[in-house]
Write a protein that binds this ligand. Sequence first.
Ligand code: TYM
Length: 345
Amino acid sequence: MENKDIILTGIRANGELTLGNYLGAIVPMVKLQNKYANSHQINMFVPDLHSFTTPINHNDLYLKIIDSLKFYVAAGIDLNLDNVYIYRQSFISAHSELTCILNNFTSYGELLRMTQFKEKSDQLKDNFISAGLFDYPVLMAADILLYGALWVPVGDDQRQHLELARNLSIRFNNKFNQRLFVVPNTWEKQQEFIGRNNGARIMSLKNPNNKMSKSLSDPNGTILLTDNPENAATKIINATTDSVGIINYNIENQPGITNLLDILALLIDEPLEKIIKNWQGKKSYIELKKAVADEVKIFLTNFQKKLLEIDETSLMRKLESSEYLMRDVATQRLYKIQQVVGLRP
Ligand code: TYM
């Protein structure tokens, strides 16, 4: 394997993936693959150990993990490209071992400041806040640092976690006075690389002040990639808006309308500015909703058709060969870290 700059991302497999996951993380990754697969290495993995930081049904987890990989392929991740690697985190044990080491270089205070931790703990029905949920950003840092990824395309909700990975790599390199970890690029640079001004954040259709999320018990606010296209269109038509009566892109005062404009721009891949120009000042919310609903319906119909066409045998073959290679890369980097912390000669 040549030494190429690495673009890496992962999506938890704790449920069906949402339109938020698709627009916030999968689309940027596919675009980057299409642009950079010749010059960069693309790691698109399933962080399966992250799946049960919040409660799930363990009986169908394994199938969900494979389904997630199928979603990547249906979205355009190309299994025939040599520089593209797909793998499952738990199949490469170095992720867990590096997490154990990094835990000792991460402070309680910095994990306590993670807004995702606060939000997710507040949503837990039984109040059982696991150490796994608290420690999850450190495992994410290990996912990134093991491979030396410079580029980590993620949605806006993962910004703090990316910053933790940067801080840990800098802290570690300084402490041991060596360039042990590649420092991932800053959030601003990442957005420039993805070609966005800011990270995408698709909001719930029912509570547009909350992120669209698979772990929220908000089925009408969330569009799943497996939703029936007609039902998904109805969710858009019934989306919560406001009483202003004029279309404006205004996150604070008109979060529902703003969310619809964001979804439309990302879904049809047009610059947001152009979409705003087309719709700003118009009075018919239903016209905007119908336009978004139509696009969602077209997108889901095509996407689900592609899902059915995926050849599982070649998917599994690619998965196993990627895991074989990535295990080697990760184990070698882990060994260097074990040496500097004194665990190996
Ligand atoms: P997860 O599984 O919560 O989300 C996966 C990706 O989808 C993005 N996303 C969204 N983007 C826009 N709007 C939304 N409503 C929305 N919901 C989710 C997330 O920002 C993310 O990019 N910790 C990560 C997974 C992970 C990871 C990693 C990512 C583990 N290790 C290493 C990158 C690198 C997570 O839970 O994402």
